[in-house]
Design a protein around this ligand. Sequence first.
Ligand code: F0G
Length: 488
Amino acid sequence: MSESTNHPPIARSWAEPYKIKMVELLHMTTRDQRERAITEAGFNTFLLPSKDIYIDLLTDSGTSAMSDRQWAGMMLGDEAYAGSRNFFHLEEAVRQAYGYRHIIPTHQGRGAEHLLSQLCIHSGDVVPGNMYFTTTKHHQELAGGRFADVIIDEAHDSQSDHPFKGNIDLDKLSRLINEVGADKIPYLSLETNVNMAGGQPCSLENIRATCDLCHQHSIAVFLDATRAVENAFFIKQRERGCENLSIPDILSQICACTDGCTMSAKKDSLVNIGGFLALNDDELADKARNLVVVYEGLHTYGGMAGRDMEALAIGIGESVQEDHIRARIGQVEYLGEKLINAGVPVVRPIGGHGVFIDAARFLPELPREQFPAQALAAALYVESGVRAMERGAVSAGRDTETGKNIFPALELVRLTIPRRVYTQAHMDVVIESILQLHSEPERIVGVEMTYEPKYLRFFQARFNPVVGDVVLRGSATPEYMTAAPTSR
Ligand code: F0G
């Protein structure tokens, strides 16, 4: 060995595979303003106006920064009611990346979920899936079905290091098929990079085995492909035999054994609005093309403007580029690892689209009835203007039969990272704010629900602190934001 190789290896960082061409100025606020804003918002971060937010980690949905190529594509919008040329670009992009034969555009993911649920689910049916997603489950129930969770147990354990916590438990699935009968199961809904589990992937092996088992019983498998590209990246990183495959290859293989997908293009595909239903079956696709005109728009635009379809077609191509996906997930990892190293309880392994704080462990003194994740998200906003989201009992809602609150094993606060939007310095501010709260959890006050909407209550529910009128007691940090607020 030569002398020069005896030095310890020098750490090599990832960096963004783009540079910044245009910036959006952020609105700085004071602690008093934030306290007022969260009170007016009923202690629900969904009800905060975005002008009052410094770093917005509410969601990765529709919040991506588009590229100059996508913006150029917006100028090529063909706003014909029927047969827009952008639709054909989109169709080609989806076929190339995902491989399905029929593409029905929708305004966003839940539009596709609505169509699929209405077309396939009958009253009394059961739809198995790897953990629920709020809108997916809701559409299944509206169509008369019932969701059955068949994800592996490790997914419910925030501290399990299982590399594929999104996997389907094939025993649970077999038992369900035996119990209710295959004829009561119209399809299995297979979510890639399971959102509610913390952005956790499925392995290619498990996807194939799940599809085999379902197909043996003539049960279709529809992918929720919303974050399938992020899932493909984890397969490349973690699954033996896949390390030399390209991201587009892995994505095609994920889709190849399934019968179609619903897609919220607002995530992986780097656009601010859009989605689609993709299907292989000709007859089902005909029915979907017929139904889409009732709820979304003609089958060649389905609720999207031509320009949006063009940006989406280009975004799909950019989303599968290896440099892009490595940097995207690298940034999420950066945030997560710093929090783990500082002892903050977060869901492990770090997920694809965000870092999920285990609020039940972060605030062990607060009973689940005081919605610790809701309280922590509100307190984080008051502390530093960072907006996160509750993903726990409020999101889980009520049992449709007993009407009682569901308390899922995971009571999480999601720090969701928009794609290509924030810098490492923003991540550092987020980390410092969380560490501040973590060092003094007793400052955070639990909340009670004062208004509960009927559907998807987490979006619009309102709360009050259980004692006093603030969710974060005292003020420990010097105000680091100095600029006086300006109205825009
Ligand atoms: N499926 C998954 C896995 C999602 O995460 C979402 C949206 C949808 C379907 C619905 O798609 O919003 O385009 O109608 N998730 C957003 C989020 C809302 O913040 O996680 P949509």
